[in-house]
Design a binder for this molecule. Structure first.
Ligand code: FAD
Length: 447
């Protein structure tokens, strides 16, 4: 591993989204770092299958990418989605803008391309060394070594004083450190399908994240630059197995997703070929372990994998990296102090987004199709326009701001309490509510 200014050897495990960004940030601080990635270089070998093909990246992810000069580059290769297009069964699709002014958008970005840009940035950063096809099996914090799988299947060691584990939801480093972990699997799994371009153009509106809410399950679709859409089914796992012939697949889609079934010429083959992935919420504490020989900490999904229903996993992982960088500044480069600060600051935030992401599953698969929900959304947006900056929706705070996640639930409860009281007494009280909200928001820095 590379040696930092204090002589420490720093290793990052995993050259995924978090690992790469962290390596760039550390390299820029003058901390040499070696990144160990289990896969071959995806820029040479091509992207791995079975991961989500595209990601929704929003304000938090963009703010982090901006720190390493990649924001504009990422946006140039992104497709903005200004709202949800909800496809109810037996009714016309309806568009629900994400923001009150209809201007704000989340961005559909290819995961593989984003990872490649981050790998390029890491490689171009002085002090960063990338090592591919290196499967880390654990850390011996007492001895100060990283354990890797050798070519003959045995274990080889590499000295490391600081290990930052960005090795994903099923982190081998986390397991080897014996941290207290709770992995909570949804009974739903996911499978990806494709709606290809039709006559050279998008077959669905590319300015939206499409949702087919079906009560206990749903399908979503995000646009790709090649004018295709990647659809993701989120179904209870046994439901996937029930469709075990091409005829059953075709009949199921014709019945439940009639407006899109005809846009998927390879539906049955894709369905049979593509794997069913699991959806897990990882709750772990602490995130850092201090041995006599090495200090190890988790970052990104390794520390706090969340379900994808708020499109925040990667955004949140990027925020972790920025926080580590900030904590190193504040701790004057002292690793134990910095990592302790980092985990203390991030934990409440990642717990909060984990809960909001679970809650958003019910919203997406069920609530969005109800007329009551749509009326409430319209009212929320009207309020946001009327009480600009003082009444802000949860979606807006999560996706279009960098307000710490942990502050959002309490802020929404407070807003709703005040507005609930206002609703009872009419428009005059609304004005009072606006006044009441003002000092509360000012106390919180006016965000
Ligand atoms: P990963 O991206 O998982 O990277 C881990 C890296 O470590 C990989 O390169 C892996 O090969 C490597 N590795 C693993 N084990 C080892 C080992 N033993 N040794 C060495 N290297 C190892 N997030 C969003 O923000 N927006 C979205 O729209 C969104 N959609 C999603 C849709 C789905 C279906 C899923 C499953 C997730 C989605 N996410 C989304 C979440 C997002 O994918 C993750 O939060 C993000 O990838 C986390 O980044 P990471 O770097 O922590 O982990």
């Amino acid at each position: 591993a590379g040696r930092g200014p204090g002589g420490e050897r720093v290793a990052v495990v995993g050259a995924g989204l978090a690992g790469c960004l962290l390596a760039v940030l550390l390299g820029r601080r003058g901390v040499p770092v070696t990144v160990y990635e289990r896969r071959p270089d995806p820029r040479v070998a091509g992207a791995e299958r079975g991961r989500s093909i595209n990601l929704a990246v929003s304000a938090r992810g963009l703010a982090a990418l901006e720190q390493v000069g990649l924001r504009d580059h990422a946006l140039k290769r992104a497709l903005p989605m200004h709202g949800r297009m909800v496809h109810p069964l037996g009714a016309a699709p309806n568009f629900q803008p994400y923001s009150a002014d209809g201007e704000r958008a989340i961005n559909s970005i290819s995961r593989a391309e984003l990872n490649r840009s981050l790998l390029d940035a890491a490689e171009a950063t002085p002090g960063v060394t990338l090592r591919f096809s290196q499967r880390v099996t654990g850390v011996d914090a007492r001895e100060g070594v990283l354990l890797l799988e050798g070519a003959d299947g045995g274990t080889v060691t590499e000295p490391a004083d600081v290990v930052l584990a960005g090795d994903g939801a099923y982190s081998a480093v986390r397991t080897s450190l014996g941290l207290d972990v709770d992995a909570d699997f949804l009974e739903h799994g996911y499978k990806e399908l494709t709606v290809p371009a039709r006559n050279g153009d998008f077959a669905l509106d590319p300015d939206a994240l499409h949702i087919w809410p079906r009560g206990t399950s749903m399908m979503i679709a995000l646009p790709n630059l090649d004018r295709s859409f990647t659809c993701t089914l989120f179904w209870p796992k046994p439901d996937f197995d029930a469709l075990d012939t091409p005829e059953r697949v075709a009949a199921h889609f014709a019945e439940h997703y009639p407006d899109v079934a005809g846009l998927m010429p390879d539906l049955a083959a894709d369905y049979a070929r593509n794997p069913v992935g699991s959806l897990v919420t990882v709750r772990c504490w602490p995130w850092a372990r201090y041995g006599d020989g090495a200090l190890a900490a988790l970052v990104g999904d390794a520390a706090h994998a969340i379900v994808p229903f708020f499109g925040q996993g990667a955004n949140c992982a990027f925020e972790d990296c920025i926080e580590i960088d900030r904590c190193l500044d504040e701790a004057g480069g002292h690793w134990p102090r910095a990592l302790s600060l980092y985990q203390e600051r991030r934990k409440a935030n990642t717990d909060a987004i984990a809960e909001m992401a679970l809650d958003n599953f019910v919203e997406m698969r069920d609530r969005v199709s109800s007329p009551v929900y749509r009326a409430r959304q319209a009212a929320t947006h009207a309020l946001e326009r009327r009480l600009a900056g003082r009444y802000v929706s949860r979606y807006e705070l999560v996706s279009f701001s960098t307000v710490p996640y942990a502050e959002i639930p309490a802020r929404i409860r407070r807003q709703n309490r005040i507005l609930g009281a206002a609703a009872l007494t009419g428009a005059a009280a609304l004005a009072l509510a606006a006044r009441a909200l003002r000092p509360a928001l000012r106390r919180r820095g006016g965000r």
